[in-house]
Design a binder for this molecule. Structure first.
Ligand SMILES: Cc1cc2nc3c(=O)[nH]c(=O)nc-3n(C[C@H](O)[C@H](O)[C@H](O)COP(=O)(O)OP(=O)(O)OC[C@H]3O[C@@H](n4cnc5c(N)ncnc54)[C@H](O)[C@@H]3O)c2cc1C
Length: 511
């Protein structure tokens, strides 16, 4: 039972809950994760991380751990053979998808959360939640019986059937998607395990995602089996027969070690915040697995909300900051629903008109270089941008800061992502022409960095970046003295509460 007033409780230790727990732990908050499962997940479910997710993991120093566990593959299959999104030209340090089973994603995040002092309680099912004058009260059931927990804030990362969302009476409009898909983790001797693969025929659709250990995930939309109840187990024979029905070959399938029948739904909560309680991940939005967006969208919810809750508990969050979680993430959820819905309908249309539209889309439209570039940015998540908060806004405001390397004023070279490992704001000031801004008197949660050179496209002379890697403010004014008032205003808007006591630190040019 928790009685500390600064506790944040995360309900659910799925990928969203664990990613959020890492962010809260990093912010130094007393964080408790309540999970009804008895132990960490062993099954694989979702299977890939898109570039923006890997970029964000890299912002926290976790990129290497994930790259060692996953397999980078250059393209994402859209359906028909050869129809892919090619990520190789993506403007990112990670121009690929990283194939990695969900169980491994959760395992790495769990280890990190524990390193950061987060308390994870297994076999703890939240059965009720309500806000009162003193914060949030949760009723929790476990092997030892029922008890009560208190928290300053609660984040519901409790998945599609979220109890918290239900208790809050937040509507979750939408519908199940037609048909179910068969998922199987197997070995396929007949396909190279170096890139993803897709095929679409009169019999259905096959997508294959290779893993680092030489096995792969088979996703089969087998029309002959699409209305089988999802509770019916999937065996190797069914996978083999499905492969033959859909593609004409069984690809030497063998050694099935996990399988499931999955019927997705497309829904979105109407509100992501009710007072001190927030919804994130599948509890807030769910969609078809087309485009592998679900886990990635939840992960990015967590990265958006974590530092904001950290600011709220530390006492420096501006009044509007917690509301910006809904303002920023709800439209992204809508976009994901539109994108996945469009691809799902395109791939599963079986009438003549639908088939013609699909052929035109995949043969004529998706191979076009501008369409490829658009799709790579959209599916990878790097195109996500948040509305500007300060007017007039700069063209970069709200966009994500691409990676790359910087040479600092003292001559050291750093990767941009290294500057964000401790989840502070980063104020990037160009010192190229020798002019230096007066960066004394900054709040503790803002790191000032003077740099002389950046590889790639130049940045504006002054750029304030949020802890999650999105530009909060930027200025093209070359004279530090002349841009100082606008910078002060930006810092006041983003990084302080009018009545909060501010600790100060002198300029820091080291990562
Ligand atoms: C079979 C299957 C295959 C999938 N395949 C893909 C795919 O290929 N690509 C893709 O992008 N997505 C896929 N998904 C979806 C993806 O797994 C989800 O988007 C992702 O898991 C969402 O993460 P989450 O943390 O928000 O929710 P979840 O992973 O659902 O985690 C919620 C957690 O909350 C816990 N919980 C629930 N209620 C309570 C409670 N009252 N008290 C305490 N704990 C509670 C649950 O036990 C669970 O651990 C698949 C899902 C399934 C089921």
């Amino acid at each position: 039972m928790s009685s500390r007033p600064d506790t944040v409780v995360v309900v659910g230790a799925g990928p969203t809950g664990l990613a959020l727990a890492c962010e809260l732990g990093l912010a130094g908050l007393h964080t408790r994760v309540l999970e009804r499962r008895e132990a960490p997940r062993r099954d694989s479910r979702a299977i890939c991380l898109h570039a923006r997710s890997v970029e964000m993991l890299d912002l926290r120093g976790l990129g290497e751990r994930f790259l060692e566990a996953g397999l980078p593959v250059p393209s994402f299959p859209l359906g028909p053979k050869g129809a892919v999104i090619d990520f190789r030209r993506l403007d990112s340090d990670f121009p690929f998808i990283l194939d990695i089973p969900q169980s491994q994603i959760e395992s790495i995040l769990l280890t990190r959360a524990q390193e950061l002092g987060v308390e994870i309680q297994w076999s703890a099912e939240v059965v009720d939640v309500a806000e009162d004058d003193a914060g949030v009260r949760l009723r929790v059931e476990g092997p030892a019986g029922a008890g009560e927990e208190r928290a300053a804030y609660v984040v519901a990362c409790d998945g599609l059937r979220s109890l918290v969302r239900e208790r809050l009476n937040v509507p979750f409009p939408g519908a199940p998607n037609p048909g179910s898909v068969t998922l199987a983790d197997v070995y396929l001797d007949g396909l190279p395990m170096t890139d993803a693969h897709g095929e679409l025929s009169e019999g259905g659709m096959l997508l294959v995602f290779p893993f680092r250990d030489g096995s792969c995930r088979v996703v089969l939309y087998d029309y002959a089996r699409a209305s089988v109840p999802v509770t019916e187990p999937v065996g190797l024979d069914e996978v083999r027969e499905g492969l033959v029905r859909v593609t004409g070959s069984d690809f030497g399938v063998r050694d099935l070690y996990w399988s499931s029948r999955y019927r997705s739904e497309s829904r979105q909560a109407t509100r992501y915040r009710v007072g001190r309680i927030f919804l994130a991940g599948d509890a807030a939005h769910t969609h078809s697995p087309a485009g592998a967006q679900g886990l990635n969208a939840g992960f990015q919810d967590a990265m958006n909300l974590g530092w904001k809750l950290g600011a709220a508990v530390a006492g420096w969050a501006p009044d509007w900051l917690l509301d910006s979680y809904h303002t920023e993430r709800h439209p992204v959820g809508e976009q994901v629903l539109r994108l996945t819905g469009m691809q799902f309908r395109l791939n599963t249309a079986r009438n003549r008109r639908g088939r013609l539209r699909r052929r035109a889309a995949y043969r004529l439209v998706t191979p076009l270089p501008p369409v490829q570039a658009w799709m790579a940015r959209r599916y990878s998540g790097v195109s996500v941008a948040y509305p500007p908060t300060i007017s007039p806004s700069h063209r970069l405001t709200g966009t994500r800061l691409p990676g790359g390397r910087l040479t600092l004023a003292d001559g050291t070279a750093v990767r941009v992502s290294e500057l964000f490992h401790d989840a502070r704001f980063v104020l990037l000031e160009s010192a190229r022409d020798g002019k230096r801004a007066d960066l004394a008197d900054l709040p503790d949660h803002v790191r000032a960095v003077s740099y002389v050179r950046r590889d790639g496209r130049a940045w504006p002379p002054s750029l304030l970046v949020r802890p999650d890697g999105y530009a909060a403010w930027a200025s093209d004014e070359p004279d530090p003295g002349r841009r100082a008032p606008a910078l002060r205003e930006a810092l006041r808007t983003w990084c302080s509460r009018a009545d909060a006591a501010r600790s100060t630190r002198s300029a820091d040019t080291s990562p």
